[in-house]
Structure formats: C-alpha cells, structure tokens
Design a protein. Structure first.
Length: 74
C-alpha cells in the first residue's frame, strides 16, 4: 500500500465553518497545490477549528484508494 500526500491551503471563516456543526454539511472540498481535488470529511478539519475558523496550510496523507490517513497543519 503506497501512501500519497498532498499540500493544500484553506481559509474557512468562522461563520462558514459553523454549517458543519449544524449537520447541514459534513464534507469540505479543497484543491491541493498540485491541482488535485480532495474531498475531506469535516471530522478531519474539526481539530483545527478556532474562533477564526479553519485557516492555514495542511499536509494530508492518504492511500492509493483515497482513504484518509493523517492531516497535519504546517
């Protein structure tokens, strides 16, 4: 099983991120620096939620079949 990785940036304001807590949405689509579209479950970004929202640069690791393994803030 090969592990792949991508880097992406996100700027999700507090009010934009609140919709995930209401259950209206549960996935976030981001575009990696290489142009690849990544559809993340909100649960992966939730630990990085602050009063400002979710902002920063992230490194995600996943398998060849798209299973998310780890997400780290850079």
């Amino acid at each position: 099983m090969a592990v792949r990785q991508s880097i992406f940036s996100i700027e999700l304001e507090y009010d934009e991120a609140r919709v995930f807590y209401t259950g209206a949405k549960n996935r976030v689509q981001v575009t990696a620096n290489d142009g690849k579209k990544i559809n993340l479950p909100w649960s992966m970004l939730q630990p990085f939620f602050t009063p400002l929202g979710v902002q920063g640069h992230f490194l995600i690791m996943y398998t060849d079949d798209g299973k998310m393994l780890e997400l780290n803030k850079l």
